[in-house]
Structures are given as C-alpha cells and as structure tokens.
Design a protein around this ligand. Structure first.
Ligand SMILES: [Zn+2]
Length: 273
C-alpha cells in the first residue's frame, strides 16, 4: 500500500447551528469516525453543516453526512454537485434527505421543501410515521455496498418515506415494507405517499446513484437520540406497548446490518470494493 493520504469530510449536526434537532449527533459522529479511523491513511475534517463546504470538498475523496436540518444552499449545492460529478463519493445517512420545511397557508402543518440538493442526493424526505420495528430486505445482492449483509435484518428506526428523484438511474439496494402511508394531519404535509416503489408498498431504505464520474449512496437508517436530544413524542407499539419513546435509542446503529452497510459505504467511497 502506498503512503498516499486520502481525505474525508464528515458533516454531522442539526439546525439551527449547534442544536440537536432530535438526534445524538455526538454519538453518530463518533461511530462514523471510528469506522474512518480503521484506516490510518484516511484523514478526516469535520463540519456541523454545509456552510464551508467549498473549503473542504475539493481535496476530499469521500463526504459523509449525518444531518438533521442542514442542507446545501443552491450555491453550496453547485460545489457539491461538481465535486460528485468530478469523481467524489458521497455517503449520506438518515436526515441527509431532509432539510427545510415551510409552513402551509392556513394550516398548522409544514411541508418539506425540495431543492436542487435533493436532486443530487437522489432522494427527498417527505415524512416519517412514529419510530417502529421493521424488517430491512436485501434487494441487490451483487452490489459492493451490500456485501456481507443478511437477506433480511430487523431494526428499530424512524420509518423514513423518501421519494426517489431519479428512479431510472437509481440502484435500490435495500427495501422495507410497512405499507403505503396515507397523508394525515400529524407530522409533515404531503399529497400522497410518493415514496413507495412502483407497483407495491415497498420503499427504498438504501440506494446508490452514479453521477458522471462520481456517485451518491444514501440510507434512510440511523436515527439515534438520548434523553437530552429526544424530540419524539410517541413511538409505534412494536417499540413500546404504551407508545412512550425510549429515552435512549440507538436503533440501527446497534445492528450488524447497519454497521456492515456503513463499513461497506466507506470501502465503496474509497474505491476499495
Ligand atoms: Zn432521526
């Protein structure tokens, strides 16, 4: 192996700056750094949002994001897009498919705002029902990102509804099926459940999308919170019969499936697999 240093940039944080926004970013950041540190030649820089992305990305081979609220503005997105198209690999986790929500006129509900950023990511978060237990199923067994994953694994996580932005160019790797979720007056507004895959009620839990010389891999999994970062008011009965949210939750992070996916994601981004 050569002594060449490879740079990675990790963005982990909530919005507004410094806020947890319902997530234990410190835990997620630490676990991601542990994975990166398995290779001495990978040197990592850190940010809490996309504000200074132009400073770090040009020298990086790999970008990992774990955010709850921060999103790349159109200007920052240009930097991100060009970097990916030029050969960068972006491993995006959990809340990276979210961003800004706008209040609906004459309504107490808010609706997620789709930006160019979501087009590049290839996914747009529309809503999630309460945290629940569900099965994750392996779809693409040949893909480098799914090597070593079991055919199915169970997890407890936020059941994210993420609409694919370029389904024709997207390789769906993992799916889950908890049914179509009709709009309700709880949570975010959306007109219909556009996050299910064609012809059924399965939805993408992880996917890869190639963009010119580079690529994006995203997984909806990865919710975690502690008593001081929790913002969940209720959970599905599969987690607590009384619907009370657990004060500490690390869900997918404690599954071998998610850890394998994360490890594969880093190997994929570094071009090792
Ligand atoms: Zn979450």
């Amino acid at each position: 192996m050569s002594n060449e240093v490879v740079r990675a940039h990790l963005i982990a944080g909530g919005f507004p700056a410094g806020q947890a926004a319902g997530h234990d970013h410190d835990y997620a950041r630490l676990r991601i750094l542990e994975h990166l540190k398995e290779r001495d030649y990978v040197h990592t820089s850190l940010s809490g949002d996309y504000e200074d992305i132009e400073k770090w990305l040009p020298q990086c081979k790999l970008l990992i994001t774990y955010v709850a609220g921060p999103v790349a503005t159109d200007e920052q997105h240009e930097v991100l897009r060009q970097w990916v198209e030029g050969g960068g690999r972006w491993l995006a986790l959990h809340g990276s498919s979210g961003g800004k929500a706008a209040r609906r006129p004459n309504s107490s509900q808010r609706e997620m705002v789709k930006m160019d950023y979501h087009n590049t990511l290839g996914g747009f978060f529309i809503h999630h029902p309460p945290i629940r237990k569900f099965q994750v199923s392996l779809v693409d067994t040949k893909h480098p990102l799914t090597q070593g994953l079991p055919e199915t694994f169970e997890t407890i996580d936020e059941p994210y509804m993420v609409e694919l932005q370029a389904p024709e160019d997207t390789d769906v790797l993992l799916t889950a099926d908890w049914g179509v979720v009709p709009p309700s007056e709880q949570g975010f507004y959306y007109k219909e459940d556009t996050a299910v895959l064609p012809g059924g009620s399965k939805r993408a839990i992880a996917f890869e999308r190639k963009l010119s010389q580079g690529a994006v891999a995203y997984t909806t999994l990865g919710h975690c919170h502690t008593p001081t970062t929790n913002s969940q008011r209720t959970v599905h009965e599969s987690v607590s019969p009384d619907h009370k949210p657990p004060l500490n939750l690390r869900g997918s992070w404690e599954t071998e499936g998610f850890q394998t996916l994360l490890r594969n994601g880093i190997s994929w981004a570094l071009g090792e697999i």
